[in-house]
Each structure stands twice: as C-alpha cells, then as structure tokens.
Write a protein that binds this ligand. Structure first.
Ligand SMILES: [Zn+2]
Length: 100
C-alpha cells in the first residue's frame, strides 16, 4: 500500500510523495491537517475518522494545532501516524466556523 500524501492539490506536484511547502510548513509548526471526506462515499469509524483507502476527499482542508486536535477528538496520539487525518465533512465545516 502506498501512502497518499496528496492532501491538498499542490502536494506531490513537484516531488511525488512529498508535501508541498505550505503543508510542510504547517506540520513543522505543530499543526495537523484535517482532510474533509464525504461520509456517504467513505467508511467512517465510530470516532469520526477514516483510513486512507476508503476516504473520498471533498477537497476541503483544515489545519489545526495538534494539542487542540487531541482535545477535540477521541483519538490517542499513537493512533495518528501521519500528519493528517480524514474527517467527516460536517466536522470540518463546524470547525471552520468556530475557528474563524
Ligand atoms: Zn499541500
């Protein structure tokens, strides 16, 4: 299984398998990317997250500080192996409203 690193349209464009500068900068600053997916076309776990292979991306992306992320979601740090997670698009929309 290959790891999908194209979390935003720019990722992987110049160097396949690498994050773009914008995303990498955010990760360096301690952010995690919430990749919005359509739950109707994906398999969603009970905590609202899903895995790479069954996530249907809507194209929305939200960066959130890691410490806030682990407070908001019922996920332990060991469970997040990448710099991003897939979440229900409704959750992304709610977070976007409350973050702005
Ligand atoms: Zn990117």
């Amino acid at each position: 299984m290959t790891i999908e690193k194209r979390i935003c349209p720019a990722c992987g464009k110049n160097t396949p398998g690498e994050y773009c500068d914008r995303c990498q900068k955010k990760f360096n600053e301690g952010f995690i990317a919430l990749v919005s997916v359509d739950p109707e076309k994906s398999t969603v776990k009970e905590n609202g997250t899903m895995t790479n292979e069954n996530a249907y991306r809507t194209g929305e992306l939200l960066f959130i500080k890691k410490e806030s992320f682990f407070k908001l979601f019922d996920i332990s740090e060991q469970d997040v192996k990448e710099n991003y997670v897939f979440v229900h698009d409704e959750i992304v929309n709610v977070l976007k409203k409350s973050c702005l």
